[in-house]
Design a protein around this ligand. Structure first.
Ligand code: F6P
Length: 469
């Protein structure tokens, strides 16, 4: 059997020295099952000359990491990846700050990754590259002569060509994805957007279902929505409610209903809009005053980037305004916390919350939404209020789906969720839980890797310039 080599910007090194966020949740079970290599950035920034990669081995997995130089960190990570690609791929052209220097840094770090990765590669390794930081990595590896099967999965949204073409030098970057054998997306919409880009902007010909001819090689496009480990998370939540931490939080509510939001501090998560919607809810439904507590857990992220500092200020001000206007000596409507919490703590908090409020302005999938559903007590479940612009909305169809830009609508949905009958809550939860079970995380990696290993689909139709119907 071929060895699995995972490549991503962040690596979840098991000694706790580096974490990889939502991506880690998705990848970890696949590596646990098959073993292999996880290659990427150590999370360290150095101003000395580049050192050789460091390897940590644990449970059949080699974690191979490299440090980034200061310029690399600025131009590649803060610059092109997070000040250009992140906003554009989240449909926020207004926030993109393109410079040629950052673009150069982005390609340079992809070259640097390829140069270090090839030192550990074997000819029949299956390579699975993750996320927007590493779009040109396969091109860099192919240029070095590597013929391995290489797959790419993008965890975040992929916008239509009408938006993507506003990215300066998109014609250098996006077609480079054709060097992968398989390019995977969270939703049909994302995959269609990519196929449409290949057909209309690059003029690639379709050579079978969801397959394109790229310089004589076949690139396949697929949809692989990331799931969660549903039953394991449900079990964790059942146990977590008994921990002293969750008990303390629950007791501190004094019988008030809890609403929970958990997001990285990122403008794509729509936290200021959500605060405004909660404020609107308190204005429109005064019966809930003193009867509800909204807990928003928001670890800080990418703090070197101005837009992230701006969003931190906006959210802090909104929380202060709401608590100042509506709070009482014995009641704080919003509890706002920037500390990261363990999975166990979150699982328990989800289970004791009457409402899960997940309202990103745009999100590839959003695993908080799925974990909230998995954590509920099926006999007395809470209600998920979910943005229609999160990938999870395709599966959690029985959530209260909202438009996060419509604050009145979100306010009404919060009221509806808090007032919902037990019977309706059970019905909605059962539908969402079944959807999670149908697309459990255990099958996600297997499905992607089986598709990558299989020969591309045979030609089913005459060659034409667009494939996905
Ligand atoms: O896919 C988006 C993502 O890479 C997630 O894996 C992770 O939760 C988040 O972004 C981490 O961002 P950063 O590595 O910039 O802290």
């Amino acid at each position: 059997m071929s060895r699995l080599v995972i490549v991503s910007n962040r690596v979840g090194i098991p000694d706790g020295s580096a974490r990889a966020g939502g991506l880690e949740v998705a990848i970890r079970p696949a590596l646990k099952k098959s073993g292999g290599v996880w290659f990427g950035w150590s999370g360290k920034v150095s101003d000395k000359a580049p050192k050789p990669a460091t390897t940590v081995v644990k449970d059949d997995v080699s974690y191979v990491t490299v440090d980034l130089q200061k310029d690399d960190y600025e131009e590649f990570y803060n610059g092109f990846a997070n000040r250009v690609l992140w906003p554009i791929l989240h449909y926020r052209l207004d926030l993109a700050e393109f410079t040629r220097r950052d673009l150069g840094g982005y390609f340079r770090v992809n070259e640097f990754f390829a140069a270090n990765l090839e030192k550990v590669l074997e000819p029949d390794d299956i390579i699975w590259v993750h996320d927007y930081h590493l779009m040109p990595l396969a091109q860099a590896l192919r240029a070095r002569g590597h013929k391995n099967k290489i797959g790419f999965f993008i965890h975040i949204p992929f916008p239509p060509p009408e938006i993507l073409t506003a990215l300066p030098n998109h014609e250098r970057l996006i077609p480079a994805l054709g060097n992968y054998d398989l390019v995977g997306f969270q939703t049909d919409t994302d995959a269609n957007n990519f196929s449409r880009y290949l057909a209309t902007e690059v003029g690639l010909k379709s050579v079978g279902q969801d397959c394109f001819d790229y310089d004589g090689r076949v690139t396949q496009v697929g949809v692989f929505p990331v799931g969660v480990e549903t039953e394991a998370f449900a079990k964790l939540a059942r146990r977590a409610v008994e921990t002293p931490f969750v008990r303390d939080v629950f007791q501190s509510l004094s019988n008030r209903a809890m609403i929970i939001g958990v997001d990285r501090l990122d403008y794509s998560k729509g936290i200021p809009d959500r605060m405004n919607a909660f404020e609107r809810f308190l204005m429109n439904f005064p019966d809930w005053h003193n009867n509800v507590t909204y807990l928003q857990i928001t670890p800080r992220s990418r703090s070197d980037i101005q837009e992230y500092a701006d969003i931190a200020k906006q959210v802090g001000e909104a929380v202060g305004r709401i608590n100042g206007n509506f709070g009482e000596a014995s009641w704080t409507p919003v509890r706002y916390i920037n500390k990261a919490h363990s999975r166990t703590a979150l699982a328990g908090l989800y289970r004791v919350s009457r409402v899960g409020l997940v309202t990103p302005l745009r999100d590839g999938m959003n695993l908080v939404a799925k974990e909230y559903v998995a954590a509920q007590d099926a006999d007395d479940p809470g209600v998920l209020v979910l943005s229609r612009f999160a990938g999870a909305a395709r599966e959690c169809t029985a959530a209260l789906l909202v438009n996060p830009y419509d604050q009145e609508g979100v306010a009404t949905a919060i009221h509806r969720a808090l007032s919902m009958s037990l019977e309706e809550r059970r019905q909605r939860h059962a539908v969402n839980y079944r959807a999670l079970m149908r697309n459990d995380l255990s099958q996600w990696a297997e499905h992607f890797l089986d598709t990558l290993a299989a020969p591309p689909q045979p030609m089913r139709m005459p060659v034409r310039a667009s494939v996905r119907r």
